[in-house]
Design a protein around this ligand. Structure first.
Ligand code: HEM
Length: 362
């Protein structure tokens, strides 16, 4: 079938003429075509297309979380979309391999034509960071110049509006704070959990004391358990938690952290399966973005060594700082520190189990 006879043709539906006619090689225009510039352009364009898809998914997730009441069935949709975002991120990390087939010498064949353009000016990447919750004051900003100074007019305003709006981090925090299970009828989760932790730590100390170890080893191990106890206290004690937020050691509110802990501990309860998967997907996304940052930084190191970037930053040294500093959901990842084995987990009363699970009437 020809392009003319079909009302909806592959080429038109996908606007391929536009897309495939959008690779302008600056080196070719200057009369000195560099073979690898095509790869450089296509890979950036591919990234931007995937960024567009990620933003499409994240915006839909944000919309669901902005509703006054989040319907349980929507959590399934959210989990599915986050899974898609994470799969795309895996692809984006893998694409660095393709870029690395270009050598520093090949890159130098056209690098002078693209300066001062840089991925630093990717509007979609910035939108993605801000939507997730990366605040301007938390960024690594060498020279104190704000990242949005790269944009003007509507593009800049769009970023500023997003900075003022509610991010995924903020919405997830609110959602966790609203979860009603912390004080469930006669079951005080935090108190029961605290007792279970103390029982576990006491048992560990008793075991160490009676173990076949030198006194020095015993003291060392007991000291480790005391450190562990301090960590539990710091998270579980509301005032200490607030102090840690002030000192910027942690970000997630006390109530949200307790809900996230409960979801992680009781994830076997049917009603908590999807919330648990959702929390996991956020940690996974954080790790994947961080992995991409790391792979990009290593690629830059191979390509540029210690040269400064075309965007004017210190190049790989700047990128290295962002790998850890720009993570957002570390508090959710750190919930793993608070896990206790199922044998210590306070048993939920039957009436609560019935409410959290599927009830089958015989
Ligand atoms: C030869 C290939 C590449 C080199 C040498 C390179 C180099 C750099 C450098 C040096 C920076 C720091 C800012 C600056 O001073 O310019 C940077 C930032 C950035 N690059 Fe690349 N890059 C390359 C490929 C890519 C690709 C394929 C993407 C995909 C979109 C990308 C996206 C970004 C982003 C989003 C930033 C900002 C990161 C941040 O501020 O956290 N880069 N790049």
């Amino acid at each position: 079938m020809s392009e003319k006879t079909s009302s909806v043709h592959y080429i038109n539906y996908l606007a391929l003429d536009k897309i495939l006619d959008s690779q302008y090689l600056a080196s070719k225009e200057k009369g000195d075509e560099a073979h690898d510039e095509m790869l450089f352009i296509i890979i950036h364009q591919t990234y931007e297309l995937w960024f567009k898809q990620i933003l499409h998914e994240l915006n839909s997730v944000l919309k669901l979380f902005k509703a006054d009441k989040i319907d349980e069935s929507n959590i399934g949709i959210v989990v599915n979309r986050m899974d898609r975002v994470n799969k795309i991120m895996t692809t984006l990390i893998g694409q660095v391999d393709v870029l690395e087939t270009m050598t520093p010498l090949d890159f130098l064949g056209f690098r002078n034509h693209l300066s001062p353009a840089s991925g630093f000016q990717s509007h979609q990447f910035r939108k993605l960071e801000v939507l997730l919750g990366l605040k301007i004051e938390k960024r690594h900003q060498p020279g104190g110049c704000p990242y949005h100074a790269q944009f003007e007019g509507v593009k800049k305003q769009e970023i500023l509006n997003l900075e003022d709006g509610e991010s995924l981090f903020a919405l997830v925090e609110k959602w966790l704070e609203r979860i009603p299970f912390l004080n469930f009828e006669d079951f005080d989760f935090i108190k029961k959990y605290e007792n279970a932790v103390n029982e576990m730590l006491e048992k560990e100390i008793t075991e160490i004391k009676s173990a076949d170890l030198t006194d020095q080893d015993k003291t060392l191990r007991i000291r480790m358990i005391d450190e562990n106890r301090k960590y539990f206290e710091r998270v579980l004690n509301e005032d200490q938690h607030k102090g840690a937020i002030k000192k910027e050691e942690t970000k997630l509110s006390y109530k949200a952290t307790m809900s996230a802990l409960l979801i992680n501990l009781y994830r076997d309860q049917p009603i908590l399966h999807l919330p648990y998967q959702f929390l996991r997907s956020l940690v996974e996304l954080d790790h994947k973005i961080s992995t991409w940052r790391f792979r990009h930084m290593q690629m830059v190191e191979k390509m540029l060594g210690q040269k400064i970037g075309t965007g004017g930053s210190a190049g790989q040294e700047y990128l290295k700082q962002t790998v850890d500093k720009h993570k957002l959901f570390t508090d959710l990842a750190n919930i793993a520190t608070l896990m206790i084995s199922r044998s210590y987990l306070p048993e939920l009363p039957q009436n609560i189990k019935d409410k959290l699970g599927f009830s089958y009437v015989k």
